[in-house]
Ligand binder design. Structure first.
Ligand code: YXS
Length: 264
């Protein structure tokens, strides 16, 4: 169902754009509609020739985003994280956006919202922000592109611990691993720090920034894989998204209880 009120506010201040997610009753869960409005905000910023964009939640939130909108995950046997899913499209839009996108984070970042924050070019976060990636808790087989995003910004064993335990990573630890560029003290400082970073980028040579961002994007996605390996991994994922455990994970979320997985 389409939300009647705007779920995103886009503001342009000179050459800096600011996109604010505003779906508080669902903790900024990334529904198709919210995602479409973020993409529209990015288009607005591009048309206004913004040289940096900040993606944030409303000031003072306890949850930056609860991740995919679980109620929109498919239950018809199709891939829950398929190539043309709304969030996947948003991640590609950010990677292809010609200027830097900065995630300004406070509160909890969950599941696919970690992918969103990590796909941004920089992360500025309050020291009490946390990042938890939850597919193994929900029974959702994560996709290759998403794993690549995580591996591009965090060490392998940290990524494995996050995926295999669903335990939150603190912003302080994330800063220690180089994921968070700037640690802000509080909500007000988050605004100051993210604006400072954006304004600093906005006076750089934009054609050079565009070229370098495209180079980084191409280089970090340069992972050759044989067709055989791809098909093997797809088969493993398909077995998971068609399993009883997948249905159990979604049911447990709906019923607000821990899932019981049996590996079938
Ligand atoms: O009970 P009502 O109707 O008020 O609704 C509740 C929650 O059900 C709803 N809500 C969500 N709805 C859809 N999708 C979500 N991801 C989602 N998260 C929450 O929002 C209303 C308020 O939530 P509530 O009462 O639980 O708030 P809280 O403050 O007690 O707890 C906040 C959280 C974030 C700790 C809690 O809501 C939570 O654990 N949410 C799910 C976080 C999560 O696991 N996200 C991953 C989503 S799946 C995903 O991103 C990918 C598929 S994957 O996992 O593969 O990366």
């Amino acid at each position: 169902m389409t939300d009647p009120t705007p779920l995103v506010a886009t503001a342009i201040d000179g050459t800096v754009g600011c996109i604010t997610m505003r779906r508080p009753r669902r903790l900024n869960a990334l529904s198709a509609e919210l995602v479409a409005q973020i993409i529209a905000g990015l288009q607005t910023a591009q048309e206004a020739n913004c040289r940096a964009v900040i993606l944030r939640a409303e000031p003072g939130v306890r949850t930056w985003s609860a991740g995919h909108d679980v109620s929109e995950l498919p239950s018809d046997g199709s891939d829950p994280l398929r190539w043309n899913a709304p969030l996947e499209k948003l991640l590609r839009t950010i990677r292809d956006f010609p200027q830097p996108v900065i995630a300004a984070v406070e509160g909890g970042v969950w599941g696919g919202a970690c992918d969103l924050a990590f796909t941004c070019d920089l992360v500025v976060a309050t020291s009490d922000a946390t990042f938890a990636i939850t597919p193994a808790k929900l029974g959702v087989p994560y996709n290759l592109a998403g794993l690549e995003h995580f591996l591009g910004v965090l060490p392998l064993h940290i990524v494995k611990a996050m995926f295999f335990t669903a335990a939150p990573l603190s912003a302080r630890d994330a800063a220690g691993y180089g994921l968070v560029n700037v640690l802000a003290e509080d909500t007000a400082d988050l605004e100051t720090q993210s604006t400072r970073v954006a304004e600093r980028m906005a006076v750089m040579a934009p054609l050079v920034v565009t070229a370098i961002k495209a180079e980084f994007t191409a280089l970090t996605a340069a992972n050759p894989m044989t067709p055989d390996t791809f098909e093997q991994l797809t088969a493993l994922r398909r077995r998971a998204w068609r399993s009883q455990d997948y249905a159990e994970g979604l049911a447990a979320f709906r019923e607000k209880r821990p899932a019981e997985f049996h590996g079938r």
